[in-house]
Design a binder for this molecule. Structure first.
Ligand code: SF4
Length: 985
């Protein structure tokens, strides 16, 4: 390597400090493809972040020329923080993103170029199922459309479509394949039948794609496939991206699917500066389409790639490493090490110099196993260990239930991450029951659910009296409750009557709304008018925060599903939500990470990337770990499948998962199984356990499972014991991410910040906000076309605006129509003005990020940057109504002094080292521009605001600062106990 002028010892020191020779070799790789094979615990994140910092710090790449891709938001933000800490001047500006976010942005910015709407709606798989169910008869189905139960095969068909997309099989290719089958069948009845089956699936796949594109619907996988299509079909765009990103780095490369690797090849182009980091032994996402073949075959695509294998493990004891390696080698020959043992030797070496303990325990029953694990942990805690040192891992969430119950019985705090079950949470159930009751007043269980909720204070005895009365009189529970609320002689307690009256009156009020307004608005009124949101938001505990966040998630679903329906009213919504639930939609409930001082209960998948001093692996029996392969109900043609035989692939993947679980342990690994978990038969120890420990196969169990264990299986899942408090001050060295909105909220009222960003209280749909977002979106698309020198007409801009439009929250149809017309007119004038000036902006919607102290960082986005004769001009677009030049000017001055323009000016100065000349507010409606010159005092005042907000947030000081005008415009004033809003409460 030829040292560049920037390779001075002082520059390189922080980037290379503490690296071992292999890590150093990988970090300082000059150019061209690089494959880093990083075994568990060998510091791969360290290597990828140091490499980014090295590329930037030694000026081999400018920050904006680096693209790093990961699979999870958390991994991306951790990577970003680490790189920021390494680069001397504290600002990076590299694009560090998840694959999804990167592809989403690429597709949205260029959708028009491939005939798509720029306003794609991204949904979950369950959303797409609902969407398709509504259009079932447009798929051209016959044998897969039994008229008695038309949606019977829908889920299976969607699985086939997803597989085809992940395998990069287009509808045209699928159809060509099916037609080739038909041509080759030559009268053979079996072959003809198979060809007919594949033809029907191929046609339906094509129709499905058309429907999605027509309606602008995609799921996450489809977004990535669209990005590939865009790069393939628009070579100029591929070239533009290649020119922009001179170095592409990918973390967890073993988790990429076929389409993602194709995208990477196009992103790096002929320059081929592609660094991938991965471990074939930790590839565990085959069910999401991950192709271990990408890693195994990397050298076939890039034969001259440099290879570095990281073997020094900084986590586990040597015995833990040796046994896990022995076990995973049963996957040979489908491993890099087996393919080329000299180059890819993967036996890990424990750098901590510890032997490490591995223990194996066999139990009679699952309850014995759970009790033993819980006793062991309780003993460890009594001896002074921290709860955060322990983790219990299993293959599935359900397998953790017995340990959860045993821990709870001993009062040991634990946390279960990524558990699903949003719809099972009490606060969410209450809302769903209320909506069900609005959709069907005779729904007895829903009425029971609402009245039984503690919010209304109806005593259990009185509730039973009501249900008995409903039964006797043959009336619905709601009808009986309505009578009781008006009848003081009904024999119920005064508190119960009061609670019933409140519930009945609220539901009566909302019943009228439910037929006229979108579901989200009705739901919002229920949570605010019932007092639920106010009660939870005022409570300072982790549980209350979790509940509000669950409500927030419910609102996200309601606002996502509502527009999928032909009519967004409660009746239709509830019907579809039930279909979603039937389709397997089970969103994750919120988990407030209020403390790490609890035992972690995790699935092996969720444990990836984590480590604990002591790890228990439980329920290690055949059928549970490995899980049995469940075949697809409708087969995907093996001729179109890339990869090996599915059964063998499945077993190898389970073995890798077992390997991941074993290598989470630092000092001690306890693996156990029981013979009796209830059910019809006794269980055999997992083959993986035998492989790891070199045990002989156990004799076949003779006894049947016991009745006691069978009953124990049905015990309800234990919830963690309550954690004591909600919000703790943030540690001084914990990273804090700020934005203009966050700073503004905190500075205006710390309690408002808490509601918005800590508790995340849901808000009603706000048409003003939606209007602003749709206008900004249309302007962005227009400006980006101008910057690229591509043609775009006013009609295109209006179409983009309308695609981003949503009808929610308007008072009436007329209100919406008038607002829409106003937006169209404002944009028409905007486009005319812009085209008349002929001026091209320097940038639009450009993101920034800078540090204000070692651990505080601010990020945001400039709407527009112009270059004028006197310097840089920062522009912010506003949709608020300002129609005289004086007001516009004073708004701009004020914003520069104490609001967002000041922060944007500071951001420009910090990230570009240049003081902007002017800052402007463009009022879109009137076309008037307010402007002010940027001065040093503005930057200092912005710095001061950030410092004040950061200090308060770090102290967790959320003292309210009510003031009549502020509270009147605060979205939380309806339930905020401190509100000083005048005449609104
Ligand atoms: S209503 Fe007033 S006191 Fe309450 S959060 Fe909003 S601004 Fe703060």
């Amino acid at each position: 390597m030829t040292p560049s002028p920037s390779d001075t010892a002082a520059n390189l020191e922080p980037m290379l400090q503490g690296l071992n020779p292999e890590q150093r070799e990988a970090v300082t790789h000059e150019a061209g493809p690089l494959l880093i094979v990083a075994g568990a615990g060998t510091g791969k994140t360290q290597v990828i972040t140091r490499r980014i910092a090295w590329l930037i710090g030694t000026k081999r790449a400018r920050p904006e020329e680096v693209l790093a891709l990961t699979f999870a938001d958390k991994a991306a933000s951790e990577m970003e923080t680490r790189v920021d800490e390494l680069v001397p001047y504290g600002f990076v500006g590299a694009t560090i993103s998840t694959f999804h976010a990167f592809c989403d942005r690429l597709v949205r910015e260029h959708a028009i170029e491939i005939g798509l709407t720029s306003q794609l709606r991204v949904g979950t798989r369950a959303d797409l199922l609902v969407f398709l169910r509504e259009r079932l008869f447009e798929l051209g189905l016959d044998r897969y459309l039994p008229l008695g139960e038309p949606d019977r095969h829908l889920d299976a068909l969607l699985t086939v479509f997803d597989r085809a997309r992940d395998e990069d099989v287009s509808p045209e290719r699928y159809l060509a394949f099916a037609e080739s089958l038909a041509a080759a069948a030559s009268g053979d009845p079996v072959l003809t039948d198979r060809a007919a089956m594949e033809l029907e699936k191929a046609h339906a796949y094509g129709a499905y794609q058309r429907l999605l594109f027509e309606h602008g619907r995609v799921d996450f996988g489809a977004q990535i496939a669209l990005a590939l299509r865009l790069l393939r079909e628009r070579p100029h765009l591929a070239r533009e991206v290649q020119e922009r990103f001179r170095h592409v780095l990918v973390d967890e490369f073993q988790d990429t699917n076929h389409v993602q690797f194709e995208i990477l090849k196009l992103l790096v182009g002929r320059r081929r500066n592609l660094t991938v980091v991965g471990d074939d032994d930790q590839s565990i996402y085959r069910f999401r389409g991950a192709k271990i073949e990408n890693l195994l075959g990397f050298l076939e695509v890039y034969p001259d790639a440099r290879v570095t294998v990281l073997r020094r493990n900084y986590r586990s004891g040597q015995r833990i490493l040796d046994l896990s390696h022995r076990m995973v080698r049963f996957n040979d020959p489908e491993r890099l090490e087996a393919k080329d043992p000299a180059r890819f030797a993967k036996g890990l070496i424990a750098e901590r110099g510890l032997e490490g303990e591995v223990e194996y325990r066999a139990f009679e029953s699952g309850s014995d196993e759970a009790d033993a694990v819980a006793d062991d942990i309780a003993r460890g805690l009594a001896e002074g260990r921290g709860a955060g040192e322990f983790a219990v891992l299993a293959r599935t969430h359900a397998q953790l239930d017995p340990v959860a119950q045993a821990l709870r019985a001993r009062g040991v705090r634990f946390r279960r991450t990524n558990q699903r079950g949003l719809y099972e949470r009490a606060e969410v159930k209450l809302c769903l029951n209320a909506l069900r009751l609005l959709a069907d007043p005779d729904d007895g269980p829903a009425a029971f659910g609402v009245l039984a909720d503690p919010l209304f204070g109806v005593t259990p005895d009185d509730l039973l009296r009501l249900t008995a009365r409903a039964h006797r009189t043959n009336l619905s529970l709601r009808a009986v409750a309505e009578r009781a609320s008006a009848d003081l002689s009904a024999g119920l307690s005064a508190d119960s009557v009061e609670g019933i009256r409140r519930a009945v009156e609220l539901l009566q009020r909302l019943a009228a709304e439910a037929t006229r307004r979108p579901t989200s608005e009705v739901l919002y009124r229920f949570v605010t008018e019932s007092g639920l949101l106010g009660q939870l938001s005022a409570e300072d505990s982790a549980e209350a925060t979790e509940k509000v966040q669950n409500l927030n998630r419910l609102f996200t679903i309601v606002t996502r599903v509502g527009p999928l329906l032909k009519s967004d009213r409660v009746t239709y919504f509830m019907r579809h939500l039930d279909l979603l639930i039937d389709a397997g939609d089970d969103p994750q409930a919120a988990v407030v990470d209020s403390d790490d001082q609890s035992v972690a209960l995790l699935t092996a998948h969720n444990a990836k990337g984590l480590e604990y001093p002591i790890v228990y692996m439980v329920q290690l029996v055949e059928g549970r770990f490995p899980l049995q392969l469940r075949g697809d109900p409708l087969p995907f043609p093996p001729e179109l499948h890339r990869g090996g035989e599915p059964r063998a692939e499945h077993l190898r993947e389970e073995r890798r998962l077992f390997y991941v679980a074993m290598t989470r342990a630092r000092d001690r690994l306890v693996m156990s199984h029981a013979a009796d978990y209830g059910g019809k038969r006794l269980r055999k120890a997992s083959g993986f356990l035998l492989e790891a420990l070199e045990l002989p196969a156990p004799p076949k169990p003779a006894r049947r499972a016991s009745a006691g264990e069978s009953i124990a299986r049905h015990a309800p899942a234990a919830e963690a014991p309550a954690s004591p408090s909600g919000l703790e001050p943030l540690a001084d060295d914990a990273p804090l991410a700020l934005s203009n909105q966050r700073i503004d909220d905190y500075v205006s009222c710390p309690l408002k910040y808490r509601y918005a960003h800590v508790v995340q209280v849901p808000l009603a749909s706000d048409p003003t906000f939606m209007y602003g977002t749709a206008i900004h979106h249309a302007i962005r698309v227009f400006l980006q076309h101008r910057i690229r020198g591509m043609p775009i007409s006013a009609t295109d801009v209006l179409k983009t605006f309308e695609e981003a439009w949503s009808s929610e929250g308007f008072y009436s149809r007329e209100h919406e129509e008038r607002r829409l017309a106003e937006g169209r007119e404002a944009l028409r004038r905007f486009v005319t003005r812009e085209l008349a000036t002929g001026h091209k902006p320097l940038a639009s919607e450009l993101e920034f990020r800078f540090k204000v102290s070692e651990h505080d960082q601010v990020s945001g986005r400039w709407d527009r940057i112009d270059e004028a004769a006197d310097g840089i001009v920062l522009v912010d677009y506003k949709t608020s109504a300002v129609d005289d030049p004086d007001s516009a000017k004073s708004r701009a001055s004020e914003s520069l002094r104490e609001e967002q323009l000041g922060l944007y000016a500071l951001a420009y100065h910090e990230t570009r080292g240049v003081m902007p000349a002017r800052a402007q507010l463009h009022f879109i409606g009137s076309g008037i521009v307010g402007e002010a010159r940027v001065e040093l005092k503005h930057l200092e005042s912005a710095r001061e605001r950030i410092r004040a907000a950061a200090a308060g947030i770090r102290r967790a000081d959320f003292t309210p600062s009510p003031e009549p005008r502020r509270c009147t415009y605060c979205p939380y004033h309806r339930f905020c106990p401190h509100s000083a809003a005048l005449g609104l409460r």
